[in-house]
Design a protein around this ligand. Structure first.
Ligand code: ATP
Ligand code: MG
Length: 416
């Protein structure tokens, strides 16, 4: 439903910034009623925040389906043996471990799913004809994070899209890996952070020279990257050598920036297929190792990064594609005209949050509209009704203008 009356919206906005939040994204998201903090690194998504998360999820799902992905849902509760097979039961500091008090059996609470998806695919005897294969999920992850001061940028519980590709050879994986970069770029462009998000050379772990991170430039970021303006790429400070030069063009004039990793893609090769015996039969019937790639993206991380780079002292400034509603309709004083516009717009499929409250002042309504940050604010008052106009203001700009009611839909549909 694209409709909501603010008199009924749960919860009310808070007047003050929450005292226990440090980062800009969490101060604003908590105060504006998008999320509620349950404990450090764990948040409840409230109606406004849930709508944003679902919009991000839909953008991501659409891209992953167009990349050939088949959606599945794997479990959070995972057997210890799988994690022992790869050595990560002992080596992964962020792994939450959980004991059944009946059987004393130990489990892992999934921080990622290579240990589940690889044996899953290995159960079904694959031939070269079944490859490539692409599986993905959008699901809860749990990680015992040391620092949790960045709001939804770093949760101990968070939602991730994780995509796994399975190939007959490295060339096929590498070609697909390049295609996936285009889908990632599409996601960041659609969420309006493409201009600030750089594909970044990062550590590949033990199995590959590089992985690629998607780093969004923001002061709130916990990573340091070096940007090459020529190639529009970056290098993570973790891996840069003393010479500090671009691996693509050799440029030595790199800019140091703080950034947050919103996505990470890896050429896994046989790192997880080997321990789980994930093989396929080639044309001659011989068993060969399956070559894998994996592609992660955090939904809450992305939402938090968008807030970090799109806000001012008054509140959030949502990009249109992921705003919880397109329009914040404000009625000043009780007037039937505002009710009518609300019904008209919703009849035309425009997503509207209608501030119909009779017990809030104009000042409170305007402050809430700035805090919540919907792209368009419409004001209907006695004055605008007398002039047969509506006041329209974009959240991004300071100027408001009076428009004719008949032009409203056209303007809302054409403007960005
Ligand atoms: P970081 O270095 O920031 O801890 P990571 O490299 O451990 O992240 P990955 O394992 O690459 O994270 O996970 C894939 C994606 O999941 C990340 O690019 C990020 O978008 C998201 N993500 C990872 N950890 C968190 C977290 N604690 N809270 C929210 N999102 C996360
Ligand atoms: Mg990473």
């Amino acid at each position: 439903m694209g409709l909501m009356k603010q008199s009924q919206l749960f919860p009310k906005t808070l007047r003050e910034n929450p005292k226990d939040e440090i980062s800009a994204n969490s101060k604003l998201l908590v105060r504006a009623g998008f999320v509620d903090k349950l404990m450090a690194g764990v948040y409840t998504f409230l109606p406004l925040g849930f709508r944003v998360l679902k919009k991000i999820e839909n953008i991501i799902r659409q891209e992953m389906v167009s990349a050939g992905g088949q959606e599945i849902l794997m479990s959070v509760l995972q057997p210890k043996e799988n994690w022992q097979k790869t050595g990560r039961w002992d080596s992964l500091d962020s792994l939450f471990k959980f004991v059944s008090h009946y059987s004393k059996t130990e489990f892992a609470l999934g921080p990622t799913h290579e240990e589940i998806v690889s044996p899953l695919v290995a159960k079904f005897s694959l031939s070269y004809k079944n490859l490539p294969l692409y599986l993905f999920q959008i699901q809860t992850k749990l990680r015992d994070e040391k620092r949790t001061k960045s709001g939804i940028l770093r949760g101990r519980e968070f939602t991730m899209k994780d995509f796994y590709s399975f190939h007959a050879d490295e060339k096929d994986m590498e070609d697909y890996y390049k295609k996936m970069k285009v889908h990632y770029k599409n996601i960041f462009d659609k969420c309006d952070i493409g201009g600030k998000t750089y594909i970044t050379f990062a550590s590949g772990g033990s199995f590959s020279k590089y992985s690629h991170e998607y780093q969004t430039i923001t002061k709130a970021g916990e990573d340091r990257i070096y940007v090459c303006d020529e190639c529009k790429i970056a290098i993570n400070a973790e891996i840069i050598d003393e010479q500090k030069q671009c691996p693509e063009c050799g440029n030595k004039d790199l800019k140091e920036q703080k950034a947050i990793e919103v996505g990470n893609i890896f050429p896994l090769k046989t790192k997880y297929s080997k321990p789980f015996g994930l093989k396929y039969k080639d044309k001659n019937g011989f068993p060969k190792d399956v070559i894998m790639g994996c592609y992660g993206l955090g939904l809450g991380r992305l939402m938090g990064a968008i807030v970090e780079i799109n806000h001012d002292e008054k509140g959030i400034i949502w990009p249109e594609a992921i705003a919880p509603f397109k329009v914040h309709l404000i009625s000043l004083g009780k007037n039937e005209e505002a009710d009518k516009i609300y019904n008209d717009l919703s009849g035309k499929g425009v997503e509207v949050l209608y501030d119909d409250r009779e017990d809030a002042t104009a000042g409170e309504k305007f402050a809430d509209a700035d805090l919540i940050g919907l792209p368009y604010r419409l004001v209907v008052s006695e004055k605008t009704v007398a002039e047969e106009k509506i006041e329209l203001k974009k959240r991004k700009s300071d100027e408001s203008k009076l428009i004719n009611k008949k032009d409203l839909l056209k303007i809302l549909n054409n403007q960005n």
